[in-house]
Design a protein around this ligand. Structure first.
Ligand code: 6PG
Length: 256
């Protein structure tokens, strides 16, 4: 588990630009190191801004997109193509614009997919898909070079919400019912699965995130504040705009 570091950018637009540039470099480095790269996507507004910024960067063509695996950290359990699905958003803003290998795009199941409208079955199916790509010696999960997370005002990450029973799920993927953020039914990687990623980037913009960011960095309990329970194996990076970083303590401001 890595110590958190924090980078602060002036506003949401610059934050999205900076995360996009970092993401390209991360994928390039992973491809240089191991011939391929993997990214775990998230939903939400700042993620969408990052995806649009990636597409707008000329350096995107330096990445060999045919050797990038794309996974999701969570999904809203809705029919395929529903505009509220994280997959739909990511495809429109990012994936449809890049020469990816369709076989390497791994969306979480839709509610009208082969497993039907049962989120527990969908979670189990996604766990099987992850296990099928697991690296040698790791029975259940592939290697994740970088896992992106938005952060909710309540400190949720992916679809792991405060005080939700998902905290007591030992499997890597869980169904979520009764999400406080609509829609109520979702599927999500659990915190232990998230924390297998080599790098985890928590991205937050706006003053409504300031309290959650501050509490997560200040050692809140993960059941009360899920973002506090996130740590990448090699790196845990908080990527913030000034408004979201307003309450961050000085000892975390070295990268400001
Ligand atoms: O399905 C979702 O809604 C997301 O995966 C969720 O975890 C999101 O990332 C945060 O709520 C932040 O979203 P914003 O960037 O829109 O605040």
């Amino acid at each position: 588990m890595s110590e958190a570091s924090v980078a602060v950018h002036a506003d949401a637009d610059l934050l999205a630009q900076a995360v996009a540039a970092r993401l390209l470099v991360r994928l390039l480095d992973a491809q240089a190191d191991r011939g391929q790269a993997s990214v775990v996507l998230t939903g939400g507004r700042i993620a969408a801004a990052v995806y649009r910024a990636v597409v707008a960067l000329p350096a995107r063509d330096a990445v060999d997109w045919s050797r990038v695996d794309v996974w999701w950290g969570d999904e809203r359990f809705l029919p395929a193509g529903d505009p509220e699905r994280n997959e739909t958003q990511a495809r429109a803003a990012l994936l449809d614009q890049l020469p990816l290998d369709p076989a390497r795009i791994h969306p979480m199941p839709a509610s009208d997919g082969p497993v039907g409208a049962d989120p527990e079955a969908a979670a189990a199916r996604y766990a099987e898909e992850l296990a099928a790509s697991a690296r040698p010696g790791h029975a259940t999960l592939p290697h994740f070079d970088v896992l992106l997370l938005g952060v909710g005002e309540d400190g949720h990450v992916a679809s792991v919400f405060p005080e939700h029973p998902v905290h007591y799920e030992s499997r890597p993927v869980s169904a979520v019912r009764g999400s406080p953020k609509p829609p109520p039914v979702r599927t999500t990687l659990t915190l232990p699965a998230i924390n297998t990623a080599e790098e985890v980037w928590l991205i937050a913009s706006g003053s409504d995130k300031a309290a959650a960011v501050h509490m997560a960095l200040d050692g809140a309990g993960p059941v009360q504040l899920p973002a506090a329970g996130v740590a990448g194996v090699g790196r845990t990076l908080w990527l913030l705009d000034r408004a979201a970083a307003a309450d961050v303590r000085p000892r975390f401001r070295s990268l400001r």
